[in-house]
Each structure stands twice: as C-alpha cells, then as structure tokens.
Design a protein around this ligand. Sequence first.
Ligand code: 13P
Ligand code: SF4
Length: 303
Amino acid sequence: MTSKIIEEIERLKEEKDAVILAHYYVTDWVQEIADYVGDSYYLAKVAAGLDKKTIVFAGVSFMGESAKILNPDKTVLMPDMQADCPMAHMADVERIKQVRKKYDDVAVVCYINSVAELKVHSDVCVTSSNAMKIVKSLPNKNIFFIPDENLGRYIASKLPEKNFIFNDGFCHVHKGITAENLKAAKEEHPDAEVLAHPECTAAALEYADYIGSTAGIIDYATKSDSKEFIVATELGVLYELELNNPGKKFYSAGSTQTCPNMKKVTLEKVRDCLRDNTGVVEVSDDTRAAALKPLSRMLELAK
Ligand code: 13P
Ligand code: SF4
C-alpha cells in the first residue's frame, strides 16, 4: 500500500512540476519521500530559490505561508490545512503598537513560527538557528521578541548588551519537557549528552549540553564523540538522528514529545493535495508585500 502511494506521489510530482519540502518533525515516511528535509531556516532558504511550479510543504501553516510569501508566482500546497502551530498566534498587533510607542528605537523581532499578520508588523524574522546572529547584528538596543518567550529569553541570556521585551507565547511540546524530566533522564543515562531546542524553558535548558535548532541538534550529535544522547525536542528528529548515527543511542526526555500538528501530515495527504490540487496557500497581495520585508531581511542578515 505504502509503495503504491509513493509511486503515485512520484508520478504526480513529475506531472505537476512539484517539489516536496519537509520539516524534521513530520512522520518518517514523509521525511523519506521529501526532496528537501530540514529546519525552518533551511526550508525557508530552499523555498526562496526553487525553480519548480509547485511546492508541497510538509509542515505547519506558517511554513507554507512563508513559502508562498517568498514565491508569489508558485502554487504552494499544504497536505493538511489544519496543521497549525498554536504558538504562531500567540502575540498581538495591539501590543506591538504599544511597545513601538513606548520605545522609539525598538526592533520587533518575529520568530518565523508566527502568522503572516504578525510578520507584517515586524522588522525582521528569525528562526532558532539564526536568531542569535541576527539580533546581535541589529543596531537597536531594545528588542521586542515575539511570539516565543523561551527562545527570546535564551537569546537575551547570550546578548546582555540588548534590552529585551518579552511576549508570553510558548510551544506546548517544548514547555512540556521539564527540568524534572531531564533530571530523571540524566539519572537513568548518566553518560548521555542532553540535546535541547531553545523553545524549552530556561529551567530545562540548565540540563543541556547542546542548545540549538533541529538541524543544529542533528549536526552536533553526528559530530560528537558521545555514544548516547537525551533528546529534548520533538521526536521526529529521531528519524534523521538514527539514520546518520547507526552506532549511537538516542533517548527521549520522558515527556510527550510529539507535535500533534506536524504529525497530521501523512503520505496519503501529500498524495491527495498533489492529485486534487487541495490545500492551496493564499496570502493577499498587501499582506504578502509587507510580510516579505522581514523575511527577506532575515535571509540577508543570516548569510
Ligand atoms: P527549527 O527551526 O529548529 O526547525 O524549529 C521549528 C519548530 O517548530 C520548533 O518547534
Ligand atoms: Fe509549533 Fe511547537 Fe509544533 Fe514547533 S513543535 S510546530 S513550535 S507546536
């Protein structure tokens, strides 16, 4: 059954001149058939330079939306339109306006995990892999970081020269990986290195040997001499971690590390959207033009 669906996807890709981009958190099968698999930054970069007519984005809404903003003339398809990152909605335009009024030199720094409407009101976008570099390079002292408080606080802890204003957004998956979980996992596997995503809380990050994006985590574990690792992020990364590191062991941190939205993307839905032309991402011209600015600035500053 699965091989039949894969054959159909391959045929449809040719027919529709399509390419499949997938995030490390989607199911193994989808990662396996994708043309490009990566973290949010890599996928945004790839999306900006493709020559195919159709992009299938196996990920959550903000990823497909960003791909459309970067490629207005291409068709961007989402296998499941309901796959949405809750954190992408956890900031509001009114608060941005208030902060801009209070601090005249403020830069509104918008994590790419955000809806287009928030990007429209921001100065620059960042992902977990380039946030440090980009914020450091900004001339502004005051930084309003939206929507994720944990990533904002992590970056702030490394850049004491900046004055951060935080927003109370969070990722429920990473917030669920507690310091207690990591303490217990460390007790069970004392030789294991802890690999953590910066969306985890500051208390959890205290246990981390490495903190970085999904791509950063995979790269670190692949280069490390350690043989065991505790993974403090969504467990979709295990597919690539285990593929690259057959001799190494990877343990969960002991909480439910599954993003229910990323897991909505199945092989069947990838086939269906290509076959039926469903899940077409639409962004109005005005929103697109305004949201393109912070996204393009990210791609420029992250180089
Ligand atoms: P990355 O930028 O590391 O891919 O993370 C995206 C994400 O959604 C983390 O929860
Ligand atoms: Fe959003 Fe968290 Fe899922 Fe990432 S893991 S897409 S931040 S809910």
